[in-house]
Design a protein around this ligand. Structure first.
Ligand code: MSP
Length: 547
């Protein structure tokens, strides 16, 4: 099986997880499940980024040691992922011994390549970002991320000769159009490499100023600068660059981040890899921010969306669906409970839930609750199948390109067409007229298209997808397929059995995989409609009128 390795960021432990962290990790999980359904040996990883000033300061504020704070917050991140049905294959902690060894070995390599030198540097330092800013990068003299005035710091430090790789990196980005996407971030990365010489990168902090970090292998008076530490987590998760797993997965590696950490991933990391003589990652996917009340979520504004409570309000799968459908990957999106409820009612309760409910109750009534055998197609079925295979092909194409919202929109073209087909073919009228051959054909066509829809939704809504497949009598629908998914996550390369037949995407034009005679659920209530303030008010009004 072709390997696929995706990384979500490793998150800082100075604050608890919020919706933004949940989003990236859920997207990573969704992409991994999609890759698996496409037949790849896929895994994703995440973890926590635990060293640096930011953590020391947060710990001091909380009256704790950095180690205590890191243990506590790291555990909170780790515990959140299964609650969101996100299944990272590895969870890396940068304060662990394996990671320390990987970072030190990497530093040695770059040092041996002659790309590390000792020098004095003075500059505007933002503690929040843990980096120096050039005058040009500041906005009105303030850090663009934190809107605070950076502090001027001058000290002796070690530097990575990043400038030496500027042209090579630029050429790589130009020669490989898919290296950074969407396009706007590729352009942003290219513009970072335009106009003058790229600054070299300060990679150390003197221990007199910071102790909570990994000691440089060539100078014990210094610890490693956070990005030279953090980015290496992507190696640690694979057992370091000398492991067999690294050899297998690294050439297929893809990173997923938000725009805030574009520069470290698009510029620092590839140049570091070039210096160490290692292959570059294959792709970098960059998304925008979730805003809350039109502002970036922050503790001080008080607009932080807690991921778990929100996820539970309408069910986890609905939450995952909403996140993927609402945000156009690459652009910012606004989160609100109202938008979540509106999508839930429109797309899930009305379109998808209603389809399952009406088709399964008709099959219970006229087909004895079993998948009926279809007769010859009429033009209506032929047209519907063309629409279905087009929608599913679009879905797969968009999904592979991280255009999740467009993918789901394409799938909903099918869901809506299926509801229209129910209305137009009116199986109740066919049954009343005794035309059971047509009833069976119409219901088989619907059930088979519903099976395909459910299967395609598996990466986004793993729980509901399994339930839908079980309701359709797909062998192993509820448990077998789900087991396949989770068994594969604990990823030991090459030892897995392939997924059961009919559980792979890609068979968009084959409309006969649902086994005739399979038992169907007698009823379905996948997404019960929820009352909103507006719908409750409308009902009350209608009630008054009737009275
Ligand atoms: N520790 C570094 C990453 C090192 S990766 C080698 C870091 N950590 S972080 O905790 O600040 O996480 C940043 C990431 O969290 C973003 O890139 C994004 O994936 C996610 N998000 C945090 N806030 C977000 C939003 N408001 N919206 C969307 N995603 C956001 O940077």
């Amino acid at each position: 099986m072709t390997p696929y390795y995706l990384t979500a960021p490793i998150y800082y432990v100075n604050a608890k997880p919020h919706l933004g962290h949940a989003y990236t990790t859920i997207v990573a999980d969704t992409m991994t499940r999609f890759a698996r359904l496409s037949g790849l040996d896929a895994m994703f990883i995440t973890g926590t980024d635990e060293h640096g000033d930011k953590i020391v300061q947060a710990a001091a504020k909380a009256g704790r040691t950095p180690r205590e704070l890191a243990d506590e917050v790291s555990a909170a991140f780790r515990a959140l992922w299964p609650e969101l049905e996100a299944e990272p294959a590895r969870f890396v902690r940068t304060s662990g011994p394996e990671h320390r060894a990987v970072v030190r070995a990497f530093l040695q390599k770059v040092h041996a390549a002659g790309d590390i030198y000792f020098g004095e540097y003075g500059g505007n330092y933002c503690y929040g970002c843990e980096r120096f800013y050039t005058e040009k990068e500041l906005e009105n003299g303030l850090c663009p991320q934190h809107q605070v005035k950076p502090e001027y710091i001058s000290e002796k430090n070690y530097f990575f000769r990043m400038s030496a790789y500027q042209d090579r990196l630029k050429r790589h980005i130009l020669d490989n159009p898919g290296f950074i996407s969407p396009e706007r971030y590729r352009n942003e990365a290219l513009s970072m490499l335009e106009g003058g010489v790229l600054d070299d990168l300060c990679i150390s902090r003197p221990k007199t100023r910071l102790e909570w970090g990994i000691e440089l292998p060539f100078d014990p008076d210094y610890v490693c600068y956070v990005w030279f530490d953090a980015l290496l987590a992507y190696f640690t998760a694979l057992g370091g660059p000398d492991s067999a797993e690294f050899e297998r997965f690294w050439p297929e590696s893809e990173h997923l981040v938000a725009k805030d950490i574009l520069k470290p991933h698009a510029v620092f990391w590839p140049t570091m890899l070039m210096s160490a003589g290692l292959p570059l990652y294959r792709r970098l996917h960059v998304h925008g921010y979730w805003l809350s009340r039109a502002a970036k979520m922050s503790k001080s504004i008080g607009n932080v969306v807690p991921p778990l409570e929100t996820a539970r309000s309408l069910g986890l799968d609905a939450f995952r669906y909403f996140l993927l459908r609402e945000m156009h990957f690459g652009s910012d999106a606004d989160f609100s409970e109202e938008a979540l409820t509106a999508r839930y009612n429109a797309d899930l309760a009305n379109d998808l839930g209603n389809l399952f409910s009406r088709v399964l109750s008709m099959a219970a009534r006229w087909c004895g609750g079993k998948v009926p055998a279809p007769e010859a197609d009429t033009e209506a079925e032929t047209d519907l199948k063309i629409l279905a295979s087009d929608s599913l092909a679009d879905y797969q194409r968009f999904f592979a390109d991280a255009r999740f919202s467009d993918a789901l929109e394409a799938l909903w073209n099918l869901v809506r067409a299926l509801n229209k087909y129910v209305d137009a073919s009116a199986p109740w009228a066919l049954a009343a007229a005794g035309d059971m051959e047509r009833v069976n054909t119409v219901l088989y066509t619907l059930l088979e298209c519903m099976r395909k829809t459910a299967l395609h939704l598996r990466p986004v809504m793993p729980g509901k997808s399994a339930l839908m497949l079980a309701q359709l009598g797909v062998p192993g629908g509820a448990s077998g397929g789900a087991q396949t998914d989770s068994a594969q996550t604990s990823s030991s390369a090459g030892t897995r059995a392939g997924p059961p037949v009919g559980t792979l995407l890609g068979e968009v034009e084959n409309f006969g995989l649902l086994p005739v005679g399979a038992p169907l659920a007698p009823a379905s209530n996948l997404f019960p409609r929820v009352e909103t303030d507006r719908s409750a008010a409308a009902k009350a009004k209608a009630g008054t009128r009737k009275d």
